[in-house]
Ligand binder design. Structure first.
Ligand SMILES: NC(=O)c1ccc[n+]([C@@H]2O[C@H](COP(=O)([O-])OP(=O)(O)OC[C@H]3O[C@@H](n4cnc5c(N)ncnc54)[C@H](O)[C@@H]3O)[C@@H](O)[C@H]2O)c1
Length: 396
């Protein structure tokens, strides 16, 4: 347990200790992650789920100066074994129980099926291990809230994908809105879709769907830019009732593969996102060569359009009253890549610098997805309970 975890643990068990110098001196000397890093140590990472997306995460983590991947796990053990050989990882396991009982690590990176996230994240938190979870962090808002509370009690942290708020284009857009370059912002729209994954059935089974897999990016970006949402109206359906899923052959599609969500933000901005697994997409799953706008924000004196997907942006086009023709900004990609989330959290743990990504934001996005489903089922507008710290900016 590091010092931060130690104090957080003290808080969680309701200790009445006040951190005076005398009390501090009497505490055991436990190195913080930053001190550990200065000693040449990195955040020890265990990755669970060695399927498609691990092929993007593992190269990034392997190059991260703040991370050391010490163990891999997959219920298809040969996947973990092959990835361990490929990325030179010392330990691999066929089950989370064995992984948690094996070589110790500080951060679980959960890249398993969406339906498994809540259960596995909980198990890691119970073992006092920090968690970076692919989206969604849990299957329901209530389950996600319980995980965040559990993390606090256990003296560790949990964070959830996506990492879209880390892009330089997001930062540019957030700054323009903050500085009122668009005047009073009124409306926004975003879309993301492709023809659907063809390697795993879970995307189409209960607990899967185009909202937690694809819409989650647009919802994270729009809430990050425009602030918390207070109500949602949505329509969702299934366009393709059966799918050839790769690992399970043809199955019946249960989760929505087509969704339209209208969001009323607390500051009265209205935004809309659409996502689906039936979208013609000439750019492929990797989004290669996508140079069209996918996300727009409109205000009384200006408008902005994000070029490329919000998880792979390349520029922002902005026009304002004093520059009606507009121009492209934020064309420097910087170091941002969508698969950087777990590495960014390792950096944060190692340096004690708070990341822009926050569990409360991921929870809010999860509640929006759940509200969209309820709106479809009940045919009404759904009010939200959750919120998060906004604006999402480095210097807030
Ligand atoms: N594939 C992508 O390009 C991509 C991109 C961004 C995010 N994601 C997200 O990443 C997650 C995984 O997606 P994927 O495409 O890699 O799926 P996948 O099916 O290719 O891989 C999932 C892996 O998890 C393993 N697994 C499932 N349950 C497990 C358990 N209980 N214990 C250990 N291992 C278990 C499976 O055996 C499989 O190898 C999803 O949440 C998805 O939304 C995927």
């Amino acid at each position: 347990m590091n010092r931060k975890q130690f104090f957080s643990h003290l808080g969680a068990i309701g200790a009445t200790v006040v951190a005076t110098p005398a009390v501090m001196a009497s505490l055991p000397s436990v190195p913080s992650f930053a001190e550990a890093k200065a000693d040449g140590q990195r955040i020890r990472v265990g990755v669970i789920g060695c399927g498609s997306v691990s092929g993007m995460y593992l190269p990034h983590l392997s190059k991260c100066a703040y991370a050391e991947v010490v163990s891999l796990c997959d219920i298809i053990p040969e996947r973990a074994q092959q990835a361990a050989a490929r990325y030179n990882v010392a330990n691999w396991y066929p089950h989370i129980d064995k992984m948690l009982a094996g070589a110790p690590f500080d951060l679980l990176v959960n890249l398993t099926d969406m339906q498994e996230h809540g259960r596995l994240n909980r198990q890691a938190l119970m073992a006092k291990v920090n968690v970076w979870s692919e989206k969604p962090m849990a299957n329901t808002y209530a389950e996600g809230r319980a995980l965040v509370d559990l993390a606090a009690k256990q003296g560790v942290r949990i964070w959830g994908a996506p990492a879209v708020v880390n892009s330089p284009q997001f930062a540019f857009m957030a700054k323009q809105i903050r500085e009122q370059r668009l005047g009073k912002v009124a409306a926004a729209h975003a879309h993301y879709g492709h023809q659907g994954p063809n390697w795993s059935a879970f995307f189409f089974e209960e607990g899967g769907g185009s909202m937690p897999d694809l819409g989650v990016y647009n919802i994270s970006t729009l809430t990050g830019l425009l602030g918390p949402v207070r109500s949602v109206v949505a329509m969702t359906n299934v366009i393709e009732p059966t799918r050839n899923t790769g690992n399970k052959g043809y199955i019946q599609v249960i989760a929505e593969d087509n969704a339209m969500i209208l969001m009323e933000h607390a500051n009265h901005v209205l935004s809309h996102i659409q996502c689906g697994f039936n979208y013609f997409d000439p750019y492929g799953h990797e989004g290669t060569g996508q140079t069209l706008p996918t996300l727009s924000v409109t205000g009384s004196t200006g408008s902005m359009h994000l070029i490329g997907y919000d998880w792979k942006p390349s520029a922002v086009e902005m026009a304002t009253l004093d520059d009606e023709k507009g121009r492209r900004y934020a064309t420097d990609p910087g170091a941002f890549v969508w698969e950087e989330g777990a590495s960014a959290i390792c950096e944060s743990l190692a340096t004690n610098k708070e990341p822009l990504i926050h569990a409360e934001h991921a929870l809010h996005v999860l509640e929006i997805i759940e509200a969209a489903r309820l709106s479809q089922t009940e045919g009404r507008r759904i009010s939200l309970r959750s919120s998060f710290k906004w604006p999402v900016m480095a210097d807030r």
